[in-house]
Design a protein around this ligand. Structure first.
Ligand SMILES: NC(=O)c1ccc[n+]([C@@H]2O[C@H](COP(=O)([O-])OP(=O)(O)OC[C@H]3O[C@@H](n4cnc5c(N)ncnc54)[C@H](O)[C@@H]3O)[C@@H](O)[C@H]2O)c1
Length: 350
């Protein structure tokens, strides 16, 4: 295969969306994915069927150094998404979590260093590198938390926020985030870091452990109960995946300004919602009312997190555009076209 865009974790939710964007522009992609996430093989199959001859699936693991080196050799740009993605799983098996998220990332950085050419790398970090923001006083409203500090509520959390790694997942992603930035500093690798909060949209096969927006919608469409961990008033800024893909593409095109920099990337204050508010929106869209159960809050769960996107706006001129309602509609349409994922109830939902 001639030069391609290398996407580790490329069969996953964000990987598939990024792959699509480059395929639609006539490029080739290599999806480097061990297919450990349930159902993602179907994403790769759909892409290969729609763009014949331009999608290569390498069923391998980022812990396999040699295979990663081979993949990097032919890449014109690298998106590094492969990861153990759930806090819950990281608590069950922290060593495996670190091997994938930290050592896997180091393997990739080393492969790029050995190649010795200016190949752009974009790494997806997380808002979890800022810990649970215990020092931010919050008010409890009817359906959501919000900071007492009005400027913070309006603007969100910037990259100046102190790092604090909570949970094995927070530690493995946070250390990888720091290594990526350091490889830019120490070895001149053209690497940038996106610290993302809550991304949602088509190709997201959410589960109780990760991808809660898709999980809530899917359970609702299936007529199954939804469990909320905590009181449901915790707030996230929701970023539609189409907006994220645009940010990634533009950042990689402008890698000379982005290299060595971390960016908080999310929907921002204008696209923030609590879990309860998202459920209400889903109920309005589907006309379905799932049974809601409450369970204990999860370790390190931020009660409020909203990204301040102004650095991304300043450096590469990006902003989030898609409303939460529109994004949820798009996701619902995607599920409705795949009745096998949601059972018969989907057929009655329009
Ligand atoms: N979705 C979000 O809201 C969100 C938020 C913040 C950060 N992130 C980060 O973005 C990235 C992509 O997330 P996603 O939502 O698309 O997750 P996803 O689970 O859909 O995709 C991850 C992919 O990586 C693959 N994978 C896992 N371990 C691997 C390994 N050892 N070797 C090769 N492939 C492996 C999985 O099979 C899966 O296809 C992850 O790094 C995640 O930590 C996601």
């Amino acid at each position: 295969m001639s030069e391609y865009i290398l996407i580790t974790g490329g069969a996953g939710f964000i990987g598939t969306n990024v792959a699509r964007a480059y395929l639609e522009r006539g490029q080739r992609v290599q999806l480097f994915d061990n297919l450990s996430r349930a159902e993602v093989e179907q994403n790769a199959r759909e892409l290969a069927a729609e763009f014949p001859g331009r999608v290569q699936l390498v069923g391998s693991d980022v812990r396999q150094k040699r295979e990663l080196e081979r993949a990097v050799e032919g890449a014109s740009a690298v998106f590094h998404f492969a990861a153990q993605v759930a806090v819950t799983t990281s608590l069950e098996d922290p060593v495996r979590d670190a091997e994938t998220n930290l050592i896997g990332t180091l393997n990739l950085l080393e492969a790029l260093r050995r190649r010795g050419e200016d190949v752009p790398l974009l790494f997806t970090s997380t808002n979890k590198v800022y810990g649970c923001l215990a020092g931010v006083p919050l008010r409890k409203r009817e359906a959501r938390y919000e900071p007492e500090d009005e400027a913070l509520a309006r603007e969100g959390v910037s990259e100046k926020q102190a790092l604090e790694f909570l949970s094995p997942y927070g530690c493995s992603k946070g250390s990888a985030d720091q290594y990526v930035l350091d490889y830019a500093r120490s070895y001149g690798i053209c690497a940038t870091v996106f610290r993302m909060s809550c991304i949602y949209g088509p190709y997201q096969r959410g589960s109780e452990d990760q991808g809660w927006v898709a999980h809530f919608l899917r359970r609702t469409l299936k007529g199954e109960p939804v469990t909320i961990f905590g009181d449901g008033k915790q707030v996230r800024d929701l970023l539609y995946v189409g907006d994220l893909v645009e940010a990634m593409r533009v950042a990689v095109e402008n890698i000379e300004s982005c290299a060595g920099e971390a960016f908080n990337i999310g929907g921002g204050a204008g696209h923030s919602a609590s879990l309860l508010e998202v459920l209400r929106e889903i109920q309005g869209l589907t006309g379905l009312h799932p049974e809601i159960r409450f369970s204990e809050a999860r370790l390190g769960d931020q009660r409020w997190y909203v990204s301040n996107n102004s650095k991304a706006a300043r450096v590469f001129g990006w902003r989030a555009r898609t409303s939460v309602r529109q994004g949820l509609k798009n996701l619902m349409e995607w599920y409705s076209g795949r009745p096998e994922l949601i059972g018969q109830s989907a057929l009655q939902v329009v």
